[in-house]
Design a protein around this ligand. Structure first.
Ligand SMILES: *Cc1c(COP(=O)(O)O)cnc(C)c1O
Ligand SMILES: [Zn+2]
Length: 416
């Protein structure tokens, strides 16, 4: 890869030329970060070149991705998600320049597609016939979908509590699914052992440095959609920490390539019932395990695998941490739905819930340009969404039950 200089260990600083090795730092086990040849990239990756490119997917940024020129790319349309100006929601939050990046519109309906698409390109290039991961749901369904599109087999380890919609996606995409009686940590450990034993391509975020490279394309898109003016703030939900680290990497790469001239502050949002990254940030202490007590299954991660990368991203950006309750998450789900027409899963709207809270606490200037990333689609987990609407049999849900009689209908609807 002409554009990649090295992989650098975020823990011990060891450098591996040309991006090798593929997984963790052999010296200390730390997570690697891919470093590009920015002076070279400046010569081949320009606004003019992007303007002339029709491909709306994440591959339009290939000069800034760890792929070879002859790599086979997946056929699915990953990336190219819309950035909506959210005026009514912005009014409600007191943020004049608010945008929503709807990642629920990716092929398997979450931001994870960006990482999985890159993973299957690497797996194919490196000659694997199968890929595997452990996941609370979306990493899994995105790997299964992208692997299917690429002609690879997938082996997926999920914790028992994975929502039905996400499990169903896996089976439809033809994955071999192993549902582990235990929490996410147990699931992760088992998958690591199995991957080692069977030699599958490893799409676990803690291990594979290419995943955050895929995820960073959400930032490249946000910047391009804002005409290469970086926003002031980006709010996103945090579980393992790979997403927020990827978002940060994307903006830093663009900055290093001379395409933007400032960096945003990151707003790291976690659930109060599971916030090990935010707790470490606020108390300036190492990350320590927490229970996984939240409705937002995609970010119920008691032992974050990319926690250090996430902390570094929040700190370097001069960002902030916000924790929200499950009730605040459910309220944000309804608010997003009715003010913007965007339906997110619980972890998908957690960033917006945190943004709302931060705005109420006057931590965000009213004239700031703010992007809230909606990371996953609400249809993946309608059971949780029903907690936001209220039980369908209760009047509180807003569902009107009547006999098929027009007079009664008039009586009901007339005073609404
Ligand atoms: C995975 C995921 C996140 C968080 O990403 P991490 O890399 O685990 O921090 C947030 N929202 C959704 C919908 C996800 O699937
Ligand atoms: Zn190291």
């Amino acid at each position: 890869m002409r554009n990649v200089l090295a992989a650098v260990c975020v823990t011990c600083g060891a450098e591996y030329e040309g991006g090798a090795p593929v997984y963790n730092c052999p010296a200390c086990g730390g997570i690697l970060e891919i470093i590009y040849d920015y002076p070279y990239i400046k010569t081949v990756f320009t606004r003019e070149k992007l303007d002339g490119r029709r491909d709306p997917t994440m591959w339009r940024y290939r000069e800034l991705l760890p792929i070879e020129e002859d790599s086979q790319l997946p056929p699915l349309r990953v990336g190219g998600s819309p950035l909506y100006r959210a005026e009514r929601l912005g009014e409600r939050l007191g943020i004049r320049n608010l945008y929503l990046k709807d990642e629920g519109l990716n092929p398997t309906a979450s931001l994870k597609d960006r990482a999985s698409a890159l993973a299957v390109v690497r797996a194919k290039k490196e000659g694997f016939s199968a890929a595997a991961c452990s996941s609370t749901g979306n990493a899994a369904s995105s790997l299964a979908g992208n692997a299917a599109a690429m002609g690879l087999r997938s082996f997926i380890f999920v914790p028992e509590r994975a929502p039905v919609g996400k499990l169903t996606q896996l089976l439809i995409f033809g994955a071999t699914v192993i549902s582990v009686k235990g929490n996410y940590e147990d699931t992760f450990r088992l998958s690591a052992a199995a991957i080692e034993k069977y030699g599958w391509y490893n799409r676990n975020a803690a291990i594979n440095p290419y995943l955050s490279e895929g995820k960073k394309t959400v930032s490249l898109e946000i910047a391009e959609q804002l005409n290469f003016a970086a926003p002031d703030y980006v709010a996103v939900s945090v579980g393992d920490g790979c997403t927020i680290a990827g978002i940060w990497k994307g903006f830093k790469d663009l900055y290093a390539a001379g395409l933007i001239d400032k960096l945003p502050k990151l707003i790291s949002v976690q659930a109060s019932g599971c916030c090990p990254v935010n707790r470490a940030f606020e108390t300036n202490s190492p990350i320590a395990r927490m229970e996984e007590n939240t409705i937002a299954d995609s970010i119920a991660v008691g032992v974050p695998r990319n926690g250090d990368k996430a902390l570094l991203a929040i700190r370097e950006s001069g960002g902030l941490a916000v924790n929200v309750t499950d009730d605040e998450i459910l309220a944000a789900m309804k608010l997003l739905g009715k003010t913007a027409g965007v339906f997110g899963e619980p972890a998908g709207v957690t960033g917006t819930a945190g943004l709302k809270k931060a705005a109420e606490q006057n931590r965000i200037p009213a004239d700031a340009v703010v992007v809230s990333v909606v990371t996953g689609n609400g249809l993946k987990d309608t059971a949780s969404a029903q907690k936001a609407t209220g039980d369908f049999s209760s009047p509180q849900s807003g569902l009107i039950h009547i006999p098929p009689d027009m007079d009664i209908r008039v009586e009901y609807l007339g005073n609404r």
